[in-house]
Ligand binder design. Structure first.
Ligand code: ATP
Ligand code: MG
Length: 364
């Protein structure tokens, strides 16, 4: 089959690799450069977007923040209705969908203007996170506020674009479920992944180490099925959750839904019999979904560094991925997967490596 991937960042490249692995063809469209590109190349192809769209049997995407005109032009070959795609790319409609399906989510209120935001904050007695409705990633487009802090300055800044005000959640853990649904409604999910964030950026993930109760694992899959069945989704989709409560009282609150492959699923490139990229391509090309065998894995993001230490390239238990991007503080430039036997070992390795592999904030 011929597949056009919208977006040519690292997720697009990894999807493209899976396309080739399964004997299909692909080209990528960079919405940033507005050019059609071959896999693994920064060189533009002499092909217009119209021609690329014409050529493709299926159009898929590596990120959901696509310009409206691009969606309008390509949605004929999406395996998701354009309205559903748009619904998932705006925090307001995404949260409303969760509410409609009775999938618990962090309490929220929408605002359109700085005045509306100011009004909401004036009536708020709790700490909150203000988030732009569209376009945020890695903690960008977010502001923290608590009673007693100045309202008008933050409302003027954060209210520039429509968004939501969300209760600050006192979670015990942040987890995600990465799972796939094919066009027959068959579903396959990886176990819950524990995600550790710093400054709004995912620093490391641990999966497959049996850390969470069976009941919590089942709940995550159940919410995923409910959501993806409702929108007739085909492919891999990730849901980020906050874990709240203790023991039998543990609950999941949806933080956000990412209708695509996800950074917290990168561990599957070393720790699963079929990784998230191959699983997505199977879904969109109609190949039956396999049972998923998984092994405990730690994934550490390389952030803002110039290169991975040689000792990691040489280590047999480390699987190194480098994206070929220029280093900038807070920018994800690669990741390393480590085979681990326990979650304690994973935490030890994360403590050992995170500082060396991550520059989160610009120095000086
Ligand atoms: P991504 O890069 O995953 O797309 P994002 O920038 O879109 O992330 P969120 O996932 O909404 O934004 O938030 C980033 C991080 O900020 C969360 O993983 C969490 O650590 C923290 N955070 C966000 N919302 C809340 C909240 N309501 N309560 C507590 N912490 C929060
Ligand atoms: Mg997030």
């Amino acid at each position: 089959m011929k597949i056009l991937i919208l977006g040519n960042g690292q997720l697009g490249q990894m999807l493209g690799k899976a396309v080739i692995q399964q004997g299909h063809q692909c080209i990528l469209y960079s919405d940033r450069l507005e050019q059609v590109m071959a896999l693994g190349s920064e060189q533009a192809l002499s092909l217009s977007l119209e021609e690329a769209q014409e050529w493709a049997d299926v159009v898929t995407w590596e990120h959901e923040h696509l310009p409206d005109e691009l969606v309008a032009q390509c949605h004929d070959k999406f395996l998701l209705k354009a309205e559903r795609f748009t619904q998932l790319t705006d925090r307001r409609t995404q949260k409303a969908l969760c509410d409609e399906l009775s999938i618990p989510t962090s309490p929220w209120q929408a605002f359109e203007t700085p005045q509306q935001l100011e009004e909401i904050l004036a009536n708020t007695r709790k700490a909150v996170v203000i988030k732009s409705a569209r376009g945020g990633y890695d903690g960008k487009g977010q502001w923290r506020w608590q009673p007693g802090k100045d309202i008008s300055a933050i409302a003027a800044e954060a209210g520039q674009r429509p968004g939501i005000v969300e209760d600050m959640i006192g979670f015990t853990d942040e987890v995600s479920v990465v799972a796939a649904r094919d066009h027959h409604g068959e579903q396959r999910g990886y176990p819950l992944t524990l995600n550790i964030h710093k400054d709004g950026i995912l620093t490391y993930s641990v999966a497959g180490a049996n850390r969470f109760s069976e009941q919590l694992e089942a709940l995550a899959q159940q919410y995923h099925h409910k959501l993806t069945d409702e929108i007739d989704y085909v492919g891999v989709l990730a849901i980020e959750f906050f874990v709240v409560g203790e023991g039998d009282e543990q609950q999941l609150l949806v933080n956000e839904v990412a209708p695509r492959v996800h950074n917290s699923g990168h561990w599957t490139m070393s720790g699963a019999s079929c990784d998230q990229f191959n699983l997505h391509i199977r879904c969109i090309t109609g190949i039956p979904l396999p049972d998923l065998l998984v092994a405990p894995t730690l994934m550490i993001n390389a952030i803002g560094i110039e290169g991975l230490p040689e000792v990691l390239w040489e280590a047999s238990a480390a699987d190194c991925h480098w994206y070929g991007k220029q280093a900038r503080a807070g920018r994800k430039v690669g990741h390393v997967n480590f085979m681990v036997d326990t979650s304690e070992r994973a935490e030890k390795l994360a403590n050992q490596w995170c500082d060396e592999l991550q520059v989160l904030v610009a120095k000086g």
